[in-house]
Ligand binder design. Structure first.
Ligand SMILES: *Cc1c(COP(=O)(O)O)cnc(C)c1O
Length: 405
């Protein structure tokens, strides 16, 4: 255990971890079950094009989420693009800027203008009151993001969308197996889109899915993800190739069998972080609603420099030196990345909470590859940094040149 500043790796101490602890290390299910499925698909020589594993995965996910249709895709971003296109959006869509860049990109890719909306500082999710204020005659949709797996204010957004006759869709990339008011994420709005990327709670190496209760929309999405083929030799509309492969579906079917283990590991780590950071001034850990289903995939910490005496960026630097690869999220905000920064140079004026959080939020390593002792060591480093923040900040500033985030 590190007890004084000179123990910190940034001041020459040995790093607390010999191997790097990553954010978003993949959750992997039972290896033998996966390899057996891979043998099956090789024996079948059915590697892609709506194979039996993809069909089974779609059915299992639809059952788990209680939705009528699940369309598996090669990744979440393309699923979002196809959803946007299948919904026939035009003009503008209201979207948070505090999200992964794929969210606004999926709109822009279809020539829909993303209009960035501020978030509720408590939930980090899009603020329905701000949404209502940003609606213009050009607005055709609201695209909410269930950030960190915590659901948006679905009720308020549904009401606003209904009142203004807008399409409502959700980027549910973080929210697989989460619930809102007891109902699984996936059944809300016109369509919800998941990512099954390797770093997500549940993965298919790369992959994603669009889920919806709407039969017609599901049929359009199915056509679009397969070049517009309505049957052999029969193309009825423009489409793309967004098919999930059988090996991805094999990974997905295997992962589904271990979802409870993934949650248990994440929750165990989350509770250890909560205990380890309890009472440390200026560090606020994300709060999950324990009455809902939630995947605990993100250990999010907000750093208040005024109270902690140390900034988020300084803390990230200290942790990196210890081989704890904490990440700044979402930094910079989407409105500060291209092309949006050039298109809307003043967008930030309407995004005070987003701007505040992009400076304060970081994510810590968790998942089945991280154990409670690891968590205790990470917390010890963070406590040490905060307890000695004044001395630390001075020396960090003096030594800035040698340090990389
Ligand atoms: C990961 C992610 C995506 C993109 O999903 P991919 O499967 O990587 O294409 C979209 N939105 C959010 C919020 C994400 O975190």
């Amino acid at each position: 255990m590190k007890t004084c500043l000179s123990d910190l790796a940034i001041f020459g101490g040995a790093p607390a971890f010999a191997q790097e602890l990553h954010v978003g290390r993949p959750n992997i299910g039972d290896r033998q079950r996966l390899l057996a499925r891979i043998n099956d698909l090789l024996d079948r020589r059915w590697l892609t094009n709506n194979g039996p594993f993809v069909q089974e995965l779609e059915q299992r996910i639809a059952d788990l989420l209680g939705v009528k249709h699940c369309i598996a895709t090669c990744n979440g971003t393309v699923a979002l693009e196809i959803a946007v296109r299948a919904l026939g959006l035009t003009g503008e869509a209201i979207v948070p800027a505090f999200t992964f860049i794929a969210t606004p990109h999926a709109l822009q890719w279809q020539d829909i203008t993303p209009v960035f909306c501020d978030i509720d500082p408590m939930t980090h999710n899009i603020d329905p009151d701000q949404v209502a204020r940003m609606i213009t005659p050009r607005t055709t949709a609201i695209l909410g993001v269930h950030l960190w797996g915590r659901p948006c204010d679905v009720g308020a957004l549904t009401e606003i969308a209904h009142r203004h006759n807008l399409t409502l869709l959700f980027d549910a990339a973080h929210a697989f197996r989460s619930s809102y008011k007891g109902q699984m994420i996936g059944g809300f709005g016109d369509v919800e889109v998941f990512s099954f990327h390797a770093t997500k709670f549940f993965n298919t190496f790369e992959g994603g899915a669009a889920v919806t209760q709407n039969d017609e929309l599901a049929a359009r999405i199915r056509l679009m993800k397969n070049f517009g083929f309505a049957g052999y030799d029969n193309v009825t509309s423009v489409g793309t190739n967004a098919k999930m492969s059988e090996i991805s579906a094999a990974m997905g079917l295997t992962g589904l069998e271990s979802l409870d283990d993934f949650v248990a590991a994440n929750r165990r780590n989350y509770i250890a972080y909560r205990a380890g950071l309890q009472g440390t001034p200026g560090l606020q850990l994300i709060v999950y609603d324990e009455t809902e289903r939630c995947n605990y995939q993100y250990v999010v910490v907000e750093v208040d420099k005024a109270a902690a005496g140390i900034s988020r960026d300084e803390l990230v630097r200290i942790l990196h030196a210890e081989n704890v690869l904490a990440r700044r999220y979402f930094y910079p905000g989407c409105h500060e990345m291209e092309p949006y920064r050039s298109y809307f140079p003043h967008a930030g004026l309407l995004l005070p909470e987003t701007n505040r959080l992009t400076q304060r939020v970081m994510c810590l390593p968790t998942g089945s590859a991280v154990g409670p002792e690891d968590v205790e060591t990470v917390c010890c480093i963070m406590r040490l940094a905060v307890e000695n923040s004044r001395r630390l900040s001075n020396s960090l500033t003096a030594r800035q040149e040698g340090l990389h985030p």
